[in-house]
Design a protein around this ligand. Structure first.
Ligand code: PHE
Length: 336
């Protein structure tokens, strides 16, 4: 009997070496471990040996069975791991995946173009804080203390003296404080207003401010610069007009309109049948403002202007709801 067990042991060692796939493994199981397998047969043959020999032979068979089970489990694990790895392998014959290219947000595109036009005309780019002091946002810009723009209705106040800037004009003051003329800058940035959100207004938007101060700067230079900008941006055939307006920090002040490029001035939905589109506010820097920054208002004159980037983008691309510019909806953004 012992002889037989030894023989079987040797056979098992050989068979183990031949297990190469799950089929071989299954054959191994059937051959040794199944109910009609070799190990079962061994157990059956215990009956035919003497009572004295039985315990030691039984022990041997138990060991053999445990060994076969262990081999089976180990081989099974190895084969499973291998087949997982195989499925992870890259199939080079598959068609490639398309690379998606992003694009710049329409506001970024508009701003880039505006910047480029003014930079070519000799303007530098400056910026300032979005959380601003009342002093810069209002006081130094010659807003009287009771001016309605200072009302809670329009301004997000953080504290008595600190607020979210409502326009980019406070950076005019900050730039003049640190520069002696000539000053020639544009100031793009985010601004905030406490307004009811609708298709036409949002609590946050962007402006580009412009400021030019030097000796002998005139209103006709302001006009010339802005007309040149509008023609480069909207097209050289546009007509324009300047309407008198009011801002506390400019005197005289104006608003610039261009002919509606959708209807060519005939009147349509976009221009509300007027034929005209307002694109910016501007004016000559009020001498009162120079007092706050220590400029000699007898020596220097200058102009300033400010435009809303959302408004200009909406006009240009025919967008009729400002909120879509802040939604990040890929179906919209994809079009730019
Ligand atoms: N800051 C003004 C606004 O937000 C625009 C403006 C800027 C007007 C500079 C005149 C000069 O409406």
């Amino acid at each position: 009997m012992l002889e037989k067990i030894k023989e079987i042991e040797a056979k098992i060692e050989q068979d183990i070496l031949n297990i190469k796939n799950s089929e071989d493994l299954e054959n191994f199981r059937l051959k040794y471990l199944s109910r009609k397998g070799i190990i079962s047969e061994l157990y059956d043959s215990i009956k035919s040996i003497s009572i004295e020999e039985r315990p030691s032979i039984g022990k041997k068979i138990n060991e053999l069975k445990a060994y076969c089970q262990q081999v089976y489990a180990e081989k099974k694990k190895i084969l499973e791991e291998f087949s997982e790895k195989k499925s992870e392998q890259i199939d080079l014959s598959l068609p490639g995946r398309r690379k998606w290219l992003g694009s710049l947000h329409p506001l970024t595109q508009t701003l880039k173009e505006i910047k480029l036009i003014f930079q070519r005309m000799g303007f530098d780019v400056a910026d300032g804080p979005e959380i601003e002091e009342d002093y810069y946002n209002f006081e130094a810009l010659n807003f009287p203390p009771e001016h309605p723009a200072r009302d809670m209705q329009d301004t997000f106040f953080i504290s008595d003296k600190v607020l979210l800037r409502t326009h980019t004009s406070p950076v005019q003051i900050r730039v003049m404080e640190r520069t002696t003329p000539p000053v020639r800058v544009i100031i793009p940035g985010r601004v905030y207003r406490n307004e009811a959100i609708s298709a036409r207004s949002y609590c946050l938007f962007h402006q580009v401010e412009g400021l030019y101060v030097d000796t002998g700067v005139t209103f006709s230079e302001l006009k010339g610069t802005l007309v040149s900008f509008a023609k480069q941006f909207f097209g050289s055939s546009l007509k324009y007009r300047f309407r008198p307006s009011f801002f506390p920090f400019t005197e005289p002040s104006a608003e610039m309109d261009i002919t509606c490029f959708l209807c060519d001035g005939k009147g349509c939905r976009v221009c509300k049948q007027t034929g005209w589109l307002e694109i910016l506010g501007c004016g000559m820097v009020d001498p009162n403002v120079y007092k706050y920054v220590g400029y000699d208002s007898e020596k220097y004159t200058g102009y300033a202007f400010g435009m809303g980037i959302e408004r200009i983008s909406m006009l240009r691309y025919g967008i009729d709801d400002i909120r879509i510019l802040f939604d990040n909806d890929i179906r919209f953004l994809k079009q730019f």
